[in-house]
Design a protein around this ligand. Structure first.
Ligand code: BTX
Length: 325
């Protein structure tokens, strides 16, 4: 793609002029075509100096999660190869659902802002402009529909590993789908699926990470946080986005090849739930007890007051002493 190639050349020469002639020779297009693309890039927020003799110089890139900005850090084979970026969207999970049957495995939908971001059970997810990573990944695994729940865990450890890799801070997983940093929620995961009785059509993994957000609505203060608020420095969304996708591909492949047992120790190590008193609203009703472990199927094992052990496949968990409980 001409635009990507042009940007690559500009980036390689960032801070230096590169002549219009050289660009047109290297890219094998007219100087007018170069000029047109340069204007487009400028409109997107790239700061490019143009000099009638010296040519063009890239001064700075916009803070946008477009493919050209994220892909230099991507090491994946299939996740993110098809990458759709939107400035504003209702919900990346909604858009992913519309697209899922028409796009390849591993397609990523990412937005700068969601105006109707969704959490689980009809709850909403605040997704302010330009401060977070709001994305959905479409996967088409050849596993049984009931196993799709494990993919939330795969995504959760991928986010925890990515945060560790890029920012050297340790976050924890509140089973099954929240990432907690210093006792507050920094990320939520919403996994949705379309399936037949014994075959998955597609799974959508929606990941919302509060990266540079510095202001949450009153009702979330005390519950929500961002990497910026916890680390006190503005964070590079591009590197973190790529690292989440890189880790996701790694752990997803490992899960498909080796089963849940492979990721289980990491899920346990990174859990903030295990060993704590919890309340779960599950299909079975409300259960109170102590979270003991995560079993080989990815279920949370809870021991009730009566000493009964229950395996919970999915549910809404409150952990005593955490987030208003
Ligand atoms: P959840 O149901 O576990 O969490 C939703 C609850 O979290 C809300 O009711 C609110 O209390 C709190 N909350 C809302 N927004 C935020 C926020 N930005 N940070 C911290 N806490 C918040 C969690 O659901 C799953 C969220 C997935 C979001 C991604 S973003 C990309 C994709 N598209 C989409 O619409 N959803 C997913």
């Amino acid at each position: 793609m001409l635009r990507s190639k042009l940007l690559k050349l500009l980036k390689e020469n960032k801070g230096e002029y590169i002549s219009g002639q050289k660009l047109s020779d290297q890219l094998n297009v007219s100087r007018t075509a170069i000029w047109k693309h340069i204007n487009e890039l400028k409109n997107e927020g790239y700061q490019i100096e143009a000099h009638h003799k010296l040519g063009y110089m890239l001064v700075s890139e916009p803070d946008l999660l477009i493919y050209e900005e994220v892909s230099p850090y991507l090491t994946t084979n299939f996740i993110g190869k098809n990458y759709i970026h939107k400035l504003v969207i209702d919900s990346t999970n909604n858009f992913a659902k519309e697209m899922a049957s028409k796009v390849p495995d591993g397609t990523v939908i990412i937005a700068e802002e969601q105006i109707a971001g969704r959490g689980r059970l009809g709850r909403s997810w605040i997704s302010q402009k330009g401060c977070g990573i709001w994305m959905s990944i479409i996967l088409k695994p050849n596993i049984q529909p009931q196993e799709a729940l494990n993919l939330t865990q795969v995504a959760a450890i991928s986010v925890v590993k990515a945060i560790e890799e890029v920012f050297h801070v340790e976050s924890k997983i509140k089973w099954p789908n929240d990432i907690i940093l210093n006792n507050k929620k920094v990320c939520g995961i919403l996994t949705e699926m379309s399936s037949e009785i014994d075959k998955i059509n597609y799974v959508i993994i929606g990941i919302g990470v509060n990266v540079n957000c510095d202001n949450f609505p009153e009702e979330l203060k005390g519950k929500a946080t961002s990497l910026y608020l916890e680390t006190n420095s503005k964070v590079d969304r591009k590197k973190l986005t790529a690292s989440i996708l890189n880790n996701l591909e790694f752990y997803y492949n490992a899960y498909l090849q080796k089963g849940f047992e492979y990721i289980r120790p990491i899920c346990i190590e990174k859990s903030i739930t295990i060993g704590r008193q919890i309340k779960v609203i599950a299909n079975e009703g409300e259960i109170e007890g102590k979270a003991v472990t995560i079993d080989n199927n990815g279920s949370l094992v809870v021991e009730t007051k009566e000493g009964k052990r229950l395996s919970i496949m999915s549910g809404d968990v409150s952990v005593r002493g955490l987030l208003d409980y």
